[in-house]
Write a new protein. Structure first.
Length: 241
């Protein structure tokens, strides 16, 4: 709760003066979720029937909303993001079918600080920044067994909270009050929280060795976006200082 309060206060401070920009971006995200991949592989080999891995947590789209404040060569900002991926193992024959889905979602709240540098090409800038904050993970486990005319369904939802950091680089092109940008980063988990059953936080998931399961969304993020700058028709780059 204190982290959320700090995030809100930081956001308010950014909007207190001019040279503020707001933007949206989308792109491709990779999530390692190594322990889930290992468990999926273990499950596929331990069933009495030859189940197949049909989805192995593929790279998928993520979405972000940004708020940024420019201080000469420095930038400070906040962003809220959403991403998802999933895994599935399944089997089917003449008598019925079985599917087991692991559906992952993550919501992030990050603050950032960065250094911006003007490129020799007019209205182009490059910046390097460090993003850090909290990520809320959500995993829904859904099993379905069909035997003849009978169908059995089971579903559970688990949640966790991670502290994360993301080194980031961005290239931007100013077009009047708008800015188009390409960015790339790599997210790392600083501290991972336990994966708890949403309906009963006392129940936690463990891995094959009996240790608390780690639901980490580490991986690269590559995206494109657009932002609108308030208070100035041109970005405040070092060439204008």
């Amino acid at each position: 709760m204190r982290l959320v309060t700090f995030f809100i206060l930081f956001l308010i401070s950014l909007t207190s003066t001019a040279q503020v920009s707001v933007g949206i971006s989308s792109g491709l995200a990779h999530y390692q979720v190594k322990e889930l991949r290992d468990l999926q592989q273990l499950a596929s080999t331990s069933f009495p029937v030859p189940v197949q891995i049909t989805d192995n947590f593929p790279d998928y789209w993520f979405y972000e909303v940004h708020l940024k404040k420019q201080f000469k060569k420095l930038d400070a900002g906040v962003q809220v993001g959403y991403g998802s991926t999933g895994g599935r193992i399944s089997y089917a024959d003449y008598s019925g079918s079985y599917t087991s889905d692991q559906l992952l979602q993550c919501y992030s709240m990050l603050a950032s600080i960065g250094y911006r540098h003007s490129l020799p090409i007019e209205n182009w800038t490059v910046s390097a920044s460090l993003h850090t904050g909290i990520l809320f993970g959500r995993m829904k486990l859904e099993d379905q067994l069909i035997i003849g005319d009978l169908t059995y369904n089971e579903s559970d939802t688990y949640v966790n909270t991670n502290a994360v950091v993301e080194p980031h680089i961005e290239v931007a092109k100013a077009l009047r009050s708008f800015e188009l940008f390409f960015n790339a980063g790599y997210q790392l988990t600083l501290k991972g929280g336990k994966v708890k059953l949403k309906s009963d936080k006392e129940q936690t998931l463990t891995n094959s060795e009996g240790d608390p399961l780690q639901l980490r969304f580490d991986g690269y993020r590559i995206g494109l976006g657009i932002r609108y700058r308030f208070g100035s028709a041109q970005p405040n780059t070092e060439s204008q200082n």
